[in-house]
Unconditional design. Structure first.
Lengths: 128, 222, 295
């Protein structure tokens, strides 16, 4: 169940962030549907060979983001909010768009240039 | 006595099993050889002495120093016992191991004295003193090994106690109270005998108790 | 029992050429504490003090609530100890040792022991004398783990282990922590492992605790700040800079109290702000403290 989650110690990003993002990705993709129970903190720690404190931090941040809900004594569950997956995907899109805008500016591209590049990318995607 | 100490004593006997078997066999065999004429008696007596002393020294030294050298001491100390408990287990275990060899050898020798007609029963007095002496000797070696932190000190203990046997033979043997009656037909348990015996027992008791007062109180065992 | 598993306060131990001083250490149940330090720093001495094998010259030690060394016999019923330089009893087999432990500890889990024998690639008929260093470490770990003790004290437990064996061993340690009533204190040179599985970390150098904190906190607070100063430019006064290396225009600062506000503080010449691995933090920390103590 959790063997698909991987921590790379050569990755520049901190371990808790890697875990957080991989869980978020699964929720966004719908693999972990709303209401599904997450592995307990200690169980995930043992499965990934990562310290309990790191898992705790990831779960805490996920809860603050509203991705999961922790019910005291019962465990953690994927938040049962309609369209959560969609929301997460949307947040990802926003983040990417901001990056595109920043890079576009740095390269000195105009709004029209950027829009043309986006159209081309969509066309390439449709071809596949 | 708690289970850990009991198990450690059993472990001591198990680990020393070949020493015990070999020593007991050698001691008994030496007595047998001693029955074969005058030459046999001398050879037998010598091997008998060597067996008991060597077994005692080897058990005491090997049993204590080797554990230390082979870093097995940490393993034992990680068990649920105190330093005093460890000393107790070691002392009892090693003494028990030696006692088997000693008891078999001495019993065989005494049997020889009383059963064989060619050997005068008066010799039993000297023999008893010699046997108790070797037990006291073992106690001293054990005490020294328990206390000694270096191999050098240990070697010194061995040398001194080995000399002790010679000293015993040259001082106790010629004592008038003993010499006079050594080859008598019946054993003479006179005051000289009791005095020497008393001294030997005193040394033995002291040597056996000292580790419990000193080594067991040690706060650093590594 | 909710008390701490290990408490050391103000512990001191004097040797002729070395003194362990002002040692404070705490281990909560459910935690793994990584104990990191250079060779000769006093890690082994500290662990032996905890086990009652040597007695402190000052200070207090409590293990599982019991005073050490006075009540060590009771405390050690529930403590497993493995040291890389520890050896099993010579002339006895691993199987004999397993029987021995089973007879002493009622909590011995024979099934788990058998599993570990296979997992660690050992054979019960092996004589202790014939075990390699790595096999010895694995055998000692097996004997400690199969008792399922509440507290495990491990001195360089991955010594002599190949990467596969190390992975197996680390997995067993993490399995221990599935139970929040159990804990582990381990000393290691392997900062990669320590960084990964420790909940809290204590650095020791030359007989003194350099710093103790939880792992995430360490990794959050330490940064390398790469700055490029054009000629004539100056860096502002910055707080909490514990290291500074200048190479022409390029300056590398090391800070142990990083916060997001620092980026702005440093000014426009920042090239990069990098997180540090535990190894880098450890070295920087020790260097900084040696400097501070005039060494």
């Amino acid at each position: 169940m959790y063997s698909g989650i991987n921590i790379s110690q050569t990755d520049a990003r901190p371990m808790y962030l890697q875990i957080l993002e991989q869980i978020r990705a699964r929720v966004a993709a719908g693999d972990w549907p709303p209401g599904r129970e997450l592995p307990s903190i200690r169980a995930l720690a043992a499965a990934l060979n990562v310290s309990v404190i790191t898992i705790k931090r990831a779960y805490l941040d996920l809860e603050n983001e509203g991705v999961i809900v922790t019910r005291h004594g019962k465990g953690s569950f994927v938040a049962d909010v309609n369209g959560l997956a969609g929301e997460l995907q949307d947040a990802r899109l926003e983040a990417h768009l901001t990056e595109v805008a920043t890079l576009g500016r740095q390269l000195g591209l105009s709004e029209e240039d950027l829009a043309a590049r986006l159209r081309r990318a969509l066309k390439d995607l449709d071809k596949k | 006595m708690n289970i850990v100490i009991r198990k450690l004593i059993a472990k001591e006997l198990y680990v020393n099993r070949w020493f015990i078997a070999g020593g007991a066999f050698s001691g008994a065999a030496s007595v047998l050889i001693a029955t074969l004429g005058k030459g046999g008696f001398n050879i037998g007596a010598l091997t008998w002495l060597t067996t008991i002393i060597a077994t005692g020294v080897m058990m005491a030294l090997y049993g204590i120093m080797n554990e230390r050298k082979e870093h097995a001491l940490q393993f034992v100390l990680s068990l649920p016992l105190s330093i005093a408990g460890y000393v107790r287990a070691k002392m009892i275990g090693l003494t028990a191991s030696f006692l088997v060899v000693w008891a078999v050898s001495c019993a065989a020798a005494l049997l020889l004295v009383f059963v064989k007609d060619s050997v005068p029963d008066g010799l039993a007095v000297y023999l008893v003193l010699l046997c108790v002496f070797m037990l006291a000797n073992f106690a001293v070696v054990l005490c020294g090994a328990m206390q000694a932190r270096t191999e050098a000190l240990n070697s010194a203990v061995i040398v001194v106690t080995n000399m002790g046997v010679s000293i015993f033979m040259f001082t106790v043997g010629p004592l008038p109270g003993i010499q006079k009656n050594m080859w008598a037909a019946t054993p003479v348990w006179n005051s000289t005998f009791w005095t020497v015996l008393g001294c030997e027992l005193a040394v033995m008791v002291l040597a056996f108790t000292l580790p419990f007062l000193l080594a067991a109180r040690r706060r650093d065992f590594l | 029992m909710n008390g701490k598993h290990i408490e050391m306060h103000g512990v001191r131990k004097n040797y002729r050429f070395f003194t362990l001083d002002d040692l404070n250490l705490e281990l909560e149940p459910g935690q793994i504490l990584g104990f990191v330090g250079p060779n000769g720093a006093g890690k082994s001495t500290t662990l032996r003090l905890v086990m009652g094998m040597i007695a402190p010259d000052a200070g207090e030690i409590r293990v599982l609530g019991h005073a050490i060394p006075a009540e060590q016999a009771i405390a050690k019923r529930d403590v497993g100890f493995v040291s890389a330089d520890m050896r099993l009893l010579p002339h006895a087999t691993l199987g004999w040792h397993m029987q021995f432990m089973k007879s002493i500890y009622p909590e011995w889990d024979g099934g788990y022991a058998t599993t570990l024998v296979k997992r660690f690639n050992l054979r019960p008929e092996q004589n202790a004398r014939s075990l390699s260093l790595g096999e010895h470490v694995k055998a000692s770990l097996l004997l400690a783990l199969a008792r399922r003790p509440r507290l495990l004290i491990l001195d360089e437990p991955t010594t002599g282990l190949d990467p596969v064996a190390r992975h197996e061993v680390i997995s067993e340690f993490m399995d221990v922590l599935r139970d929040e009533r159990r804990s582990i204190l381990f000393s290691s040179h392997n900062t990669v492992d320590v960084e990964r599985i420790s909940d809290s970390i204590t650095f020791i150098d030359r007989g003194r605790i350099v710093e103790s904190s939880n792992k995430e906190d360490f990794l959050d607070r330490w940064r390398r700040i790469q700055v490029q100063l054009p000629p004539g430019a100056m860096l502002p006064e910055l707080p909490n800079i514990v290291g500074r290396v200048t190479d022409g225009q390029f300056v590398t600062l090391t800070t142990n109290q990083y916060s997001e506000g620092m980026r702005a503080l440093v000014g426009p010449h920042v090239r990069d702000i990098q997180r540090m691995t535990l190894e880098e933090i450890f070295v920087a920390n020790v260097m900084h403290h040696r400097e501070a103590r005039g060494q």
